[in-house]
Design a protein around this ligand. Structure first.
Ligand code: GUN
Length: 295
């Protein structure tokens, strides 16, 4: 079997096109322009690229975005002051503080300070708690993008066995909540899991979200399974070059899986598209208007 390659770039382009239509409709009907503020602390090159891409995508969709840059040596109080200012600004509907933060800044305290209604990352405990108990919540962008690709591929997920490799707060745990809400039988595997290959081989849906290059081998994949690879790992490609790979050994898995996301070009583009969709959701909730349809 050769797996279908799930084209995250094309899928994300379609989500972004729909967001653009929704933003135009909100402007026309309510004079409402969704606003996104991104806070970037320090000079981490990967974070700078992500933040730049987020800003560009927002602009293309008609969302007003701004970027607040702070020095790597900034104190926690200064970051908290910026978050409070954004919380109080009615033109800002969505706040994203790019992670990781420098060591002297307490990430949990910063996330806790974000108004949950503007927490477009869905990282605030109020949102993670609401998601866990099945209430409306801001849903973290990466798991939301994974869910959209799974439902597009499989339709109803009810009764599917899902294995998530990785228990992070950003991906693994919210992914589990989302798949439970769709009536999957969900397992989270982590560093103490016994017989990880065996767990993988039972999964109809296999999600790699552990951050270890090519750790999940092709012969761990159940034939026909849908494999979603969240990992983005840079490895040595010889001759002084590097390349990006996922958590799944793509070359091995693509001969066994029914469908698989590539790295790059799979989950990554969906994360940004879902950030834009969440920004629209946040703006509509704050304005008390329905999210417009997008054909
Ligand atoms: N750093 C890496 N991914 C993310 C993300 O989705 N949100 C934020 N805020 N920081 C990140």
């Amino acid at each position: 079997m050769t797996a279908d390659i799930i084209d995250g770039k094309a899928f994300a382009a379609e989500v972004r096109r729909k967001v653009g239509i929704q933003v135009a409709a909100l402007k026309a009907a309510h004079g409402l322009t969704p606003g996104l503020s991104v806070v970037l602390v320090g000079e981490d090159p990967a974070s700078q690229v992500y933040v730049r891409n987020k800003g560009k995508a927002a602009d293309e969709a008609g969302i007003v975005s701004d970027e607040i840059r702070m020095d790597a040596g900034v104190g926690q109080d200064e970051v908290l002051a910026v978050v409070r200012r954004l919380n109080a600004d009615p033109a800002v509907h969505a706040i994203l503080v790019q992670l990781p933060l420098p060591d002297q800044v307490d990430e949990a305290a910063v996330i806790d300070a974000i108004d949950p209604a503007k927490d477009v990352d869905g990282f605030h405990v109020l949102n993670t708690g609401r998601l866990a108990v099945g209430l409306d919540a801001m849903v973290p962008c990466t798991p939301l993008g994974c869910l959209m690709m799974l439902e597009d591929r499989l339709g109803d997920l009810s009764g599917k066995r899902a294995l998530i490799v990785g228990r992070s707060n950003i991906v693994g745990k919210p992914m589990a909540s989302l798949l439970l809400s769709r009536h999957c039988t969900v397992t989270i595997a982590h560093s103490r899991t016994q017989d990880l290959p065996g767990e993988c081989r039972r999964a109809d849906i296999l999600i790699g979200a552990v951050g270890r290059a090519q750790m999940i081998k092709g012969d761990w994949v159940k034939p026909g399974a849908v494999v979603i690879d969240v990992g983005i790992n840079r490895i040595d490609a010889g001759e002084g070059k590097t390349r990006l790979v996922g958590d799944v050994d793509f070359e091995g898995a693509k001969d066994v899986a029914g469908a698989i996301t590539p790295v790059p070009g799979g989950v990554g583009p969906m994360t940004i598209a879902c950030l834009l969709a969440n920004t629209v959701t946040a703006a509509c909730r704050q304005a008390g208007v329905a999210v417009p349809d997008a054909a």
